[in-house]
Design a protein around this ligand. Sequence first.
Ligand SMILES: [Zn+2]
Length: 394
Amino acid sequence: MSKFFSADDEDIRKGSTTDVYFQRTEEILRNKGLLDTHTCAEFTVSSLPEGWPWAVLCGNEEMVRIFEGRNVDLYALPEGTLFTPRSKKGIKLPVARIEGPYGQYCSLETPSLGFICYATGVATMSARCKLAAAGRSVLSFGVRRMHPAMAPVIDRSSFIGGCDGVSSLKGAELVGRPASGTMPHALVIMMGDQREAFKAYGEIIDPTVPRVALTDTFWDEKTEAIMAAEEMPGLQAVRLDTPGSRRGSMIDIVREVRWELDLHGYPNVGVFVSGGLDEGKIKELVTAGVNGFGVGTAISNAPTVDFALDIVEKDGKPISKRGKFGGRKFVFRCPDCLEFEVSLEKERPPVCSCGKEMVWAEVKLLENGRRLVPEEPAESIRERVLRQLEIALL
Ligand SMILES: [Zn+2]
């Protein structure tokens, strides 16, 4: 049992975090001898939050892990797929599909949804911030706004979505890059003086760590920025985390700091902004000459994506609830323009509106509970996301 108020791996794997109505369903079906009926169920979402036209699928690896060892087959679009909730013809797009006796996965519906709903929201918001930053660096700083048990999944999902670095030690370990960060106001306060803090950072912190100084603790941003450039050899950037009560126009603060650094002979020192940023604010600040962004709550508290899991086939026959499309479907995608279509037949690929024949887009991840593909590193999933973002923007 976990010491903190979080479920441990075993709780999650055995279904202890599931909604009670699945437990009751299992009990009834077991009594009636129906628990092992063969089914096919699909993960779909009707629409995306905040009118997003697309989302970045994330959480597949944890889905594989929870269904591993259960007698099911699992198919999904590759993790990091930029998907639309519906195909070009308006059919709800299955992002993943599970096939097998219903009792094998009934109690895991809640946790498997939790894996992809949250991670997909975070990865999508991260991708949107990365796009808004127009090529500038975006770091994920939001772990402090969520339960610490979630730090690794927040950082992995935001990295996959396009963030260039993550701040937590555990998250960095998971994505395979050194953790990113600068210095907190606490360091400046504890040192008692900005100049002393900048000097000490330069002296003590490993030289491979990028030199970025926080320059808004006691004095004006542009004054502290020059102090940092004078005191910290090899200063790469200053970070502005200006409190809301002092912001006025953040764009003008950035412009002034940029001007002052140039004026004093530090044109190579960049300006990095953090504190209350979201995609809209990032877009505004890009025009003022910001070189990088630290995004916290907007990413870690991204809207969750309302995926649902629905049975679409029972005993080999199509069936579905109202509002869902019955029958086992196969997802196809155009390799050129990334459009999706679904088909009931795997052997007959639909033709895209661009004229190109689409290709089957799903990957078979589990067969009878046995893993068919190795875990994909976060770095390569992130590259897939960035490649699709480039095509989507053309
Ligand atoms: Zn096409």
